[in-house]
Design a protein around this ligand. Sequence first.
Ligand code: FMN
Length: 339
Amino acid sequence: MYKLFRRFLFLLPAEASHDLALFSLSMANKIGLLNLIKTKNINTPATVMGIEFPNKVGLAAGLDKNGKHIHALSKFGFGFVEIGTVTPLAQPGNPKPRLFRIPKARAIINRMGFNNHGIDNLIQNVNLAKDAGFDGVLGINIGKNLDTSVDDAVNDYLIGLRQAYFYADYITVNISSPNTPGLRSLQYGEELDSLLSMIKAEQMSLSLEFKKYVPIAIKVAPDLSDDEVKGVAESLLANNMDALIATNTTLDKKVVEDLTHGDEPGGLSGEPVRDMSTRVIAEFHKYLKDQIPIIGVGGIASAADAKAKLDAGAALVQVYSGLIYEGPGLVKQILKVIN
Ligand SMILES: Cc1cc2nc3c(=O)[nH]c(=O)nc-3n(C[C@H](O)[C@H](O)[C@H](O)COP(=O)(O)O)c2cc1C
């Protein structure tokens, strides 16, 4: 069924088909069609970051940037849904076209640039999803506005943290999008240490104010050398972070450069990032061991791909590009095999 729908969707420009798919999904949910999907019986719960997840497979950030489709997406059987990246203020993102499929490599290049309606709108959507009956685990992924300089980025993260704190089960600090100039520089050395220590201090004060502890995950790029992984891991440990999300998209596009759209600027996801991200997870796991859990993401398009991430040390996994190519049945397919 999805294969037929995909054939139609792939005739449209990538972003138009993406919007249409999400719109159709919400409509299908409204008329009760998604209730026909049965995944509850194959859930295997896992406790990570102190949260009980119904299962280990989540939706990665970026598909539902404004949190408008949380309830519908959760019906695919995800153990958790991560929305965003959201910035303090609404912003349009980069000019279109900015999303490209590369079917021959089962890959996607995007340079969306954090297009979103701002955090106030996202919170309204979270409330609507909860009113509509969503009671699953929700991650809110926060970033900085394009107009905020990298030197002032921490202010945007602190705004995001404060606004999202009450509504999120966990919050992801995204410092690895390749489409916001300079953002990835926050992954290194003193800049990272200072960012994480300020985030930790704010988390502690919010936990007293709201009388609830909301864990914070840091999302990194797959383009880190072994030395850089070690540096990030030391900083995460020193600042008592709650989780790592590895990884975002890659800037290494050698394997697709000869394919249509393979030379588009932006981050590459899907199959080409799969092994890079698994390597980074394994490398991080050497340092983080059981102290800081890892959420593994990058190129998962089968149960075997998910299992490889878990075997490399991930406690949970997320999918994005694999859903575009394999369809929503991918979640169930993975859940049948992993435990
Ligand atoms: C179109 C698109 C938009 C994305 N937007 C975001 C985003 O806003 N924030 C984020 O943290 N990651 C974003 N990502 C990265 C994904 O969450 C994921 O980390 C990455 O694509 C690797 O996983 P995959 O190969 O399963 O897609 C985006 C990915 C794609 C393809």
